[in-house]
Design a protein around this ligand. Structure first.
Ligand code: DQA
Length: 146
């Protein structure tokens, strides 16, 4: 069976393309999701994507991922730096989780240097723009092959 990968995009990522393009790039979220679907199809992964501006909705989506999801890729956006609730939800999962950021959060303001998820995920990708999502999908494919 083809592994099912859930990709969660956090707040303001629905504005990709329009939002600070010098930091986050010019691709829209739709284009990022299409790239994920295409790369998934090429590499034998089914990709489901979800975006929300609401912390509770993201928590609920992660809880639902306990059933039938083989790995999670998440860009929690601003919640990276604040959300104990998202961290706790990730701890409910038994499947690999990859954290991804478009920008290099460590080159930016001090408050972005701390991720509340970093020590509960398999690994983190940051600073490679939208290509980071493709890297995350390859990372997941590799983790699932072991
Ligand atoms: C982000 C980095 C966060 O600090 C920021 O709040 C975002 C996007 C990134 O992808 O680079 O919204 O997660």
């Amino acid at each position: 069976m083809t592994p099912e990968i859930l990709v969660i995009h956090g707040p303001n990522l629905n504005m990709l393309g329009k939002r600070e393009p010098e930091t986050y790039g010019s691709q829209t979220l739709e284009a990022v999701n299409q790239g994920l679907a295409d790369h998934g199809a090429r590499t034998g992964l089914t990709v489901q994507t979800f975006q929300s501006n609401h912390e509770g909705e993201i928590v609920e989506k992660i809880q639902q991922a306990r059933d039938g999801c083989d790995a999670l890729i998440i860009n929690p956006a601003a919640y990276t730096h604040t959300s104990v609730a998202i961290r706790d939800a990730i701890l409910l999962l038994e499947v690999p989780v990859v954290e991804i950021h478009l920008s290099n959060i460590y080159k930016r303001e001090g408050f972005r240097h701390n991720s509340l998820l970093a020590d509960v995920v398999a690994g983190q990708i940051a600073g490679f723009g939208a290509f980071g999502y493709i890297m995350a999908l390859d990372a997941v494919k590799n983790l699932l092959s072991h």
